[in-house]
Design a protein around this ligand. Structure first.
Ligand code: HEM
Length: 515
């Protein structure tokens, strides 16, 4: 066969070669060099190689199966500091957590937090990344959460607990075998309760999720779409720049919307305005009035109101759901909690049909109840995926012997913190409230100090911590005093995905009245 003669260059082949060379050059400048630079600055931190060059590994994993267990597995495999994406490293110990959140470390909030900006002209405390501005804002927020403010919140929580009982009585008491079963999907009802608490303490009156026994203004529907996105954004926080720029910023929720967050914004704006009217005679204490009194500008109060509703609802619902699931699947614990609640009502001569809800002070005395709540927050901590990340200051820092240049984002592996065998015992993977009662008081305090990091600490500490604990303590005492609860689907009581938070669905339960 005749050999092919090499082609003479023609204008066409030359053009193709030049185009190819230019594309290669652009690719190198636009992709390979930045990727190399990114990889190089943290090349000494252990972790899977692919994760060190692209965030897509983590993002894909989050979309597929959730992220908490994945990050936890990486920490177990690679040690105390792991590179999970090109610019995010993760630690899994309580000591580093406290250090990063302490004022002296001078870290700032990570880029992730900018997703909690609803109005791009204003800042809420949770989204603020500048340390000095947020310190000043938090100083003005804190007083509203203690003394008379906390007493007001307790009254509002009581009212919502009574409303939950009212909802069960109205629609969900199964009177077997006569009228049959009236199942409740508790995943959503837990949120109705926490959303009504959060809106009740903020605006003085709840949005009415429980009253309607349904979504209000499609708020939940929209949140459910957004929550998995928060997981992805954990890996790719740079997306915030795109989302906050034209044209995507036009798609952000706004006070003119008919559904979702926009309605919440409009509601918050109206409520703040009402309290600013000279004719406003109502002086009933609520968070809006307290914030305005502490000198926060009205437009910023609106931002704080929205934060409160978002921060206070899904977080507390997770503990309600997971504690109930754990109790339903651990008969010994279920019986012990019920016995403790009964003993409380018998001792205090507190009739179950009494409209009084247990006081927070009394609830704190129920030792098994708190063991249940603490153990639940230990096994299913909030913020278990790559969320709440912080940024290394301009000076850089060394963590666990690894130098981290400025701008590196650092996050906690919550499962690593709350499943530390040295602190909690060899059976850390098991939900067992007894561990809290078996421990010496000093050890139990140390254990709680690690688990309560779920509420963050130092300059970032959750403002609603006491309200959340109050809700949980009161809800379980009231409901366990009044009802027996059982799952409807014994094979698979609920569907769970571990993301930024523990997303569950299809949690069907049935209530029967106790005699
Ligand atoms: C079990 C329930 C809860 C958990 C685990 C939780 C957790 C957290 C965490 C981790 C943060 C800090 C994030 C950070 O800046 O790094 C936070 C902040 C916050 N939480 Fe909670 N939270 C819970 C319930 C609540 C409730 C019930 C409310 C209000 C009714 C609330 C209101 C807030 C507010 C206002 C902030 C912002 C504080 C700031 O900007 O410094 N939280 N929460």
């Amino acid at each position: 066969m005749e050999a092919l003669k090499p082609l003479e260059p023609t204008p066409t082949t030359t053009a193709i070669s030049i185009t190819f060379a230019a594309a290669l050059l652009l690719f190198t400048i636009g992709f390979i060099l930045p990727t190399f630079r990114q990889w190089y600055r943290l090349r000494h931190v252990p972790g899977p190689f692919l994760n060190s060059i692209t965030s897509l590994v983590y993002a894909r994993r989050t979309l597929k199966d959730g992220s908490a267990q994945y990050v936890y597995d990486l920490c177990k495999k690679y040690g105390p500091l792991v590179r999970v994406t090109p610019n995010i490293v993760v630690f899994s110990d309580a000591q580093t957590f406290r250090y990063v959140c302490s004022p002296k470390a001078n870290y700032t909030k990570g880029l992730w937090f900018e997703f909690s900006r609803w109005d791009l002209e204003r800042w809420s405390c949770i989204a603020m990344r500048d340390n000095e501005s947020r310190k000043e804002r938090k100083r003005r927020l804190i007083p509203a959460w203690s003394g008379p403010g906390l007493a007001m919140m307790e009254e509002r929580v009581d009212a919502r607990v009574r409303e939950f009982v009212g909802l069960v009585e109205r629609k969900y008491v199964s009177t077997a075998p006569g009228e049959g079963v009236k199942p409740m999907e508790f995943g959503h009802r837990a949120q109705f309760f926490t959303l009504d608490v959060a809106t009740g303490v903020t605006f003085g009156k709840p949005f009415g999720f429980m009253e309607r026994d349904g979504d209000v203004n499609r708020y939940l529907e929209i949140t459910e779409v957004m929550l998995p996105m928060f997981g992805i954004l954990g890996a790719l926080p740079q997306l915030v720049y795109a989302m906050h720029a034209w044209p995507l910023n036009k798609l952000m929720p706004g006070a003119g919307d008919k559904v979702g967050f926009g309605v919440l914004m409009k509601f918050a704006e109206d409520e703040v305005q009402k309290r600013l009217q000279p004719g406003d005679k109502n002086s009933e204490l609520d968070l809006i009035r307290a914030y305005l009194k502490n000198g926060i500008e009205p437009e910023d109060v609106v931002q704080e109101c929205i934060t409160l509703v978002v921060a206070g609802s899904e977080t507390t619902s997770v503990v309600l759901r997971m504690a109930l699931l754990a109790l339903l699947t651990t008969p010994e614990a279920y019986r012990k909690l019920q016995a403790e609640v009964d003993a409380y009502y018998n001792k205090a001569n507190h009739k179950r049909d009494d409209s009084d809800v247990i006081s927070y002070a009394d609830a704190k005395e129920l030792k098994y109840l708190w063991a249940v709540i603490r153990e639940t927050m230990r096994v299913w901590p909030n913020g278990a995926g790559l969320s709440f990340s912080k940024q290394v200051p301009d000076t850089g820092d060394t963590i666990h012997g690894y130098y981290l240049p400025k701008g590196t984002e650092i996050a906690q592996c919550m499962l690593g913190v709350t499943r530390d065998k040295a602190l909690f015992g060899p059976d850390v993977e098991i939900w067992r409230p007894e561990r809290w009662l078996e421990a010496t008081p000093e050890r139990a305090d140390e254990m709680w100090a690690a688990v309560e990091l779920g509420f963050s600490t130092g300059k970032y500490i959750c403002l609603g911590k006491q309200v959340a604990l109050m809700e949980l303590g009161k809800w379980f005492t009231e409901i366990f005093g009044d009802y027996d609860i059982a799952p409807v689907n014994n094979v698979s009581p609920l569907k769970l995905v571990d993301g930024v938070t523990w997303l569950s669905s299809n949690f069907w339960i049935r209530f029967t009245r106790r005699n």
